[in-house]
Ligand binder design. Structure first.
Ligand SMILES: [Zn+2]
Ligand SMILES: [Zn+2]
Length: 103
């Protein structure tokens, strides 16, 4: 999931000359606050939005509208670093489930 997320971000960055990367104003905003205008899914980790028409959608669509030469904004809940750290923590938590945890 993390690799997919970062891969999508990378694709978006490559498809446009200029992408403004912008962290969420409120990183603790509800997961269902932003929805995609294309597929109506929740865009929990990140979403792209068009500066011209303000439409927003999942990063994997690469585009959200038909505006030409627009500036895209990549809105992210976590930075790449935070994302990596967050998922490492989750993986570690899962691994401590079985077996003896001596400390
Ligand atoms: Zn979508
Ligand atoms: Zn647009």
């Amino acid at each position: 999931m993390k690799d997919k997320e970062l891969g999508n971000r990378e694709k978006v960055m490559k498809c446009y000359d200029k992408v403004l990367v912008k962290p969420f104003n409120n990183p603790h905003i509800r997961y269902d606050y932003h929805t995609c205008s294309t597929c109506s899914n929740y865009t929990y980790l990140s979403f792209i939005s068009c500066m011209t028409c303000k439409k927003a959608g999942c990063t994997h669509h690469i585009t959200v509208c038909n505006c030409l030469n627009t500036k895209m904004v990549l809105n992210t809940r976590f930075t790449e670093k935070e994302l990596t750290e967050t998922f490492i923590e989750i993986e570690e938590d899962e691994n401590t489930d079985d077996g003896d945890s001596e400390q």
